[in-house]
Design a protein around this ligand. Structure first.
Ligand SMILES: [Zn+2]
Length: 294
């Protein structure tokens, strides 16, 4: 029998309309008493998905007017890393970047991206560049409405960079009073990743473009329980330049690597991963720079 897949909308029946009205009358979410109670929580997290709207509103009004958003992907990362890898690393980096920038909140990470070249491998979910572009545009429109005056996108998956760059230019035209920015220097990102690994004696080929020593180390630091160390194996280790990149984009990752890896994860470690994450966040902050509008 053919398997069928259904998309099930998640509907939360928290209360009936009548009960909701009664509760709303009983507790004004913006009352100072409620504020005192939640203020402690608000200082613990800067991640809006973990906060309530009154906390977010008050925090923006108190001067937290920058929103940081990671743009990740859901795609194969070899036989040893979960498909969440780019989204998880991006999420962590966005949080660190927001803390380092100061007066910033983190908005929910965009967890799927343009990953068509990974579709030969099970579990990859790819959205079209046009779809990502619309999602980015809607993120900006929503965040501007809440009072954010600076929106920073942090793409971490190479396939998203060009779309993010175009979407940022478009958003700047639509919202001239808002500082919309993104780190979109893909060669610059590759360069810092290679340099960090080189300090541990790891070659550029091992550090890898995809699921190699570098990404594997960061995932060991973040989600050690999801990393299958017993499956560490090298993937494509040949030269990697424009010709290889073109081949991947035209024919997919499977044209160059049978296990989905570009690099070699065997020297990865959680200790290195933590160092990489922190240095990468510092690097991103230095490139993103200070705000350009009031
Ligand atoms: Zn990745």
């Amino acid at each position: 029998m053919k398997k069928r897949f259904y998309i099930v909308p998640l509907v939360l029946f928290l209360c009936s309309p009548v009960a909701c009205r009664d509760k709303a009358a009983a507790a004004d979410p913006e009352k100072p008493a409620a504020q005192a109670k939640v203020e402690g929580q608000a200082t613990k997290t800067i991640s809006m998905e973990q906060m309530t709207w009154p906390d977010i509103k008050r925090t923006i009004e108190s001067g937290f007017t920058t929103a940081v958003v990671a743009v990740g992907s859901t795609e194969q990362h070899g036989p040893h890393l979960p498909t969440m890898t780019d989204a998880r690393i991006g999420d962590e980096l966005a949080e660190r970047v927001a803390r380092k920038l100061g007066h910033a909140l983190q908005a929910r990470t965009i967890e799927v991206g343009v990953s068509e070249h990974h579709l030969a491998f099970a579990g990859t979910i790819s959205i079209r560049a046009e779809t990502l572009s619309l999602v980015l545009r809607d993120y900006v429109d929503s965040l501007v409405r809440h009072g954010f005056t600076r929106i920073v996108f942090v793409p971490i998956h190479g396939g998203n960079f060009a779309t993010v760059r175009r979407a940022v230019e478009e958003a700047r035209r639509v919202h001239p009073g808002t500082d919309v920015t993104a780190f979109t220097d893909l060669p610059g990102l590759g360069d810092i990743l290679i340099r960090m690994s080189a300090e541990y004696g790891v070659s550029a080929k091992e550090a890898g473009e995809h699921a190699g020593e570098n990404e594997t180390s960061m995932m060991m630091a973040l989600e050690g329980g999801l990393v299958a160390a017993d499956r560490f194996a090298p993937g494509y280790m040949g030269p990697f330049g424009d010709a290889e990149m073109r081949l991947i984009l035209e024919k997919g990752m499977s044209a160059i690597t049978s296990n989905g890896v570009l690099g070699d994860p065997r020297t990865a470690s959680a200790e290195k991963g933590e160092v990489y994450l922190e240095r990468l966040a510092d690097f991103l902050v230095s490139k993103i720079g200070p705000k350009t509008t009031d």
